[in-house]
Ligand binder design. Structure first.
Ligand SMILES: [Zn+2]
Length: 731
């Protein structure tokens, strides 16, 4: 499917992320000193260091375009202890007499340079203050996902997804790298199980090396979140070695996993690690999901026998955690034998599918070759208007740390393993098609919670990737070691110092609104419905026969719309409507605050306009969520309760009012989308709200008001043996 505004957004992502916006009227504050330029007497250095230095000195040059009185040229000294390695420890002394950076390796020095640059950009002026910045509170790794890398696990999308400009933007924000969600077989050239050899493996490994080198030029690491797939029973490997066949996947007749406890399978997986890290020695690490998908094993999602065990003839006799840990330990050891600094991360996503939700047993059986990664914001139950919901997946409603996260953290503490966190940054499952949820105070709490409890983090699965949104930038800054006070600086940078209190008030209102978000699998819809396509979600009086192409995703029988009340599960309509009404109230408060703000220069005015457009579009999403729920509830009441022509008339009048509001809502959303090509840009999984969808919604809603609702009234009068009427004034 063609992604609307693809070229415009590619240009933005490849050229503009993290650009400095000089404030020509800025004056140094107390404690600040003005910088006229930077000098660094270096003979030569690794490319990544020179690139970061160039970016910093160019930024100072741009910001100090009209030098302030008393501004001086600062000497910069960079001392690097180790000639190799990727340790990012550093200490940077900023003083009026100069800047000194002491770093463990060149990667530490690079991170320090980008952090200093970020400080200057936040100030929009070449002003610094005397202070020490160090890496003690920073996250390593701090990973995101490339915004222009597609969803496919079989393609690297090289070179399109890795432009210099884009990677620079990721480094500027404070991240240490990104992950790629890839099927392991893309690189497979196994001697042990030649059935899995990929004829393209050499080319793919060469491309991966190029990606790793391109990333290293900006001090970034590349991680692979590796996936396996089930195999048919007739797969050549099972024909040659039937004993490798492990569990059958649940709900399938002929789909099997390689047995995770068979010595040859473990050897094969270890071989893959050895071969991969041998071919791509600077690869940062591997993320392997242990739970409900990803690195599939005999317990992942297996068909069960009557005794509740898996069908695999070997694994059913073993303790699951020991079998799975044995497989991961072999892989981790193989990685470290070749690449001692690389991380082998066991990510317990969805582990409740086969083991305890706190993963305590599995963690206790993992060796120190494995790091452990836990979801920061999933697994807790919550109450919504007296009904129970569960933050089961990537939720901003849950600010964490969730109970299962704490349990895993505790279990890791008992050993020497490194503990990492997983969250989303900007586009959580609740709203994964809009640039970012503007509840920045809420994001800040989450990021700070992560910074305080983990050594590193994966800040983005594949929803939108790093797109330069404020919440995504904030994640990078937090990961670079900034405390929550950075939020005020971020607000000041884009919206002006004097607007900071009001902007924070608006963000807190959105934050408060999120307390009432009815988060559930059905309401998130996984890429459908009011929280995904917002005001483009039509109101259907009856099941549509056919929809325009833009509403289908992938297959012909999956659309992005709801035609029934599945959306309200498991809360039910009354709780859903109460919650959405509260959300809307708080959200409107935030929008009203932002509407009253004025920027002092072109940068602030543009930033305020863009932010307000985003917040207004969100308001439209919430309005549609409520409208659709209410409309379908009234519609379905025709089936669930008796009616007379008189009560039917009232119901139809209510539906008409909802439809009229939705017409206005959709028209507003269309104007917003047309005004900013960034707003609906969602490329990785599939587009969210689009202009084409809205045009259909508008036409459909007009027909609903002018034809479908009156016709329903006409025919029901008829069926009551009343004189039918259709003048348009009946209700
Ligand atoms: Zn098995």
């Amino acid at each position: 499917m063609k992604v609307p505004h693809w070229e415009w957004n590619c240009r933005r992502l490849n050229e503009e992320l993290g650009a400095a916006a000089p404030d020509r009227k800025a004056k140094p504050k107390r404690g600040e000193f003005a910088v006229a330029g930077l000098t660094w007497n270096h003979a030569a250095g690794p490319e990544g260091l020179l690139t970061a230095w160039q970016d910093l000195s160019d930024t100072v040059r741009l910001l100090a375009d009209t030098p302030s009185p008393g501004a001086s040229v600062l000497p910069v000294e960079i001392r690097i202890r180790k000639p190799s390695g990727r340790n990012r420890t550093y200490r940077a002394e900023l003083a009026k007499s100069g800047i000194t950076i002491d770093a463990e390796t060149v990667f530490g020095a690079i991170r320090a340079l980008y952090r200093i640059r970020n400080r200057l950009c936040l100030r929009r002026a070449a002003f610094l203050k005397a202070e020490t910045l160090d890496s003690s509170g920073a996250m390593d790794p701090a990973l995101t996902y490339p915004a222009l890398k597609g969803v496919s696990t079989f393609s690297l999308d090289y070179p399109a997804a890795y432009s210099e400009g884009y990677l620079r933007g990721v480094a500027r924000a404070g991240y240490t790298g990104f992950h790629l969600n890839i099927h392991y077989s893309v690189f497979c050239r196994s001697r042990l199980l030649p059935e899995f050899r990929n004829p393209e493996a050499e080319k793919n490994l060469a491309d991966l090396n190029r990606i790793v080198q391109a990333a290293a030029r900006f001090g970034l690491d590349v991680y692979l979140s590796f996936y396996l797939s089930p195999l048919p029973g007739s797969h050549p490997v099972f024909r040659r070695l039937p004993e490798l066949r492990g569990s059958r996947m649940v709900g399938t007749a002929d789909s099997y996993i390689l047995c995770c406890s068979h010595p040859m399978v473990r050897q094969f997986y270890a071989e893959q690690m050895t071969d991969l890290f041998g071919a791509v020695p600077e690869l940062g690490g591997i993320l392997a999901i242990s739970g409900c998908e990803g690195w599939l094993h005999c317990h992942t999602a297996c068909a069960q026998t009557e005794d509740g065990r898996c069908e695999c003839p070997r694994c059913r006799k073993l303790e699951p955690e020991t079998a799975v840990a044995g497989m991961f330990n072999a892989m981790g050891a193989a990685v470290h034998a070749v690449s001692p600094e690389a991380k082998f991360v066991v990510w317990n996503y969805g582990i409740f599918a086969w083991s305890d939700i706190g993963a305590e047993k599995l963690i206790s059986r993992l060796s120190d070759d494995c790091c452990v990664m836990a979801n920061f914001d999933t697994g807790d139950a919550y109450e919504l208007e007296g009904v129970q919901g569960v933050a089961f997946d990537y939720s901003l409603r849950c600010t964490g740390p969730s109970e299962p996260y704490r349990k895993q953290q505790k279990a890791v503490r008992r050993g020497k393993k490194t503990f990492l966190a997983k969250c989303e940054s900007g586009a959580p499952l609740e709203y994964c098609s809009l640039p970012y949820v503007p509840a920045l105070t809420r994001w800040m709490r989450k990021y700070e919670g992560i910074r305080q409890s983990a050594a590193g983090a994966l800040y983005c699965w594949k929803f939108l990737g790093y797109n330069g949104g404020l919440a995504q930038e904030l994640a990078g800054m937090s990961a670079a070691g900034e405390t929550p006070a950075i939020l005020n600086r971020l607000a000041a940078r884009d919206f002006g110092e004097k607007n900071v209190p009001a902007v924070l008030r608006a963000w807190r209102a959105f934050d408060h609104a999120m307390d009432y978000h009815p988060f559930s699998g059905p309401s998130a819809g996984y890429f459908k419905g009011p929280f995904f396509i917002g005001p483009a979600q039509p109101l259907f009086l009856r099941e549509p026969q056919k929809l325009p192409e833009c509403f289908y995703c992938g297959s012909r029988n999956r659309t992005v719309v709801f035609t029934d009340l599945t959306f309200a599960e498991p809360f039910g309509v009354p709780a859903m409507l109460r919650a959405l009404t509260k959300m809307l109230r708080f959200w409107r408060q935030g929008v009203t605050v932002l509407e009253g703000l004025r920027g002092k220069d072109a940068h602030e005015r543009a930033a305020l306009k863009a932010h307000l457009s985003l917040c207004r579009l969100f308001l439209g999403f919430l309005e549609t969520a409520r409208s659709m729920t209410e409309f379908y509830a009234v519609r379905d009441s025709f089936h669930l309760a008796p009616y007379t022509p008189e009560t039917a008339r009232k119901k139809l009048a209510k539906m008409k009012t909802i439809a009229q509001n939705e017409l206005t809502n959709a028209e507003r959303a269309l104007t917003l989308l047309r005004s900013d090509p960034l707003l609906g840009f969602s490329a990785i999984y599939r587009p969210g709200i689009t202009e084409a969808m809205l045009r259909y919604k508008i036409e459909h809603t007009k027909k609903l008001i002018e034809h479908e609702l009156p016709f329903k009234y006409y025919s029901l009068l008829f069926s009551f043996n009343r004189h039918p009427s259709w003048t348009g004034k009946e209700f």
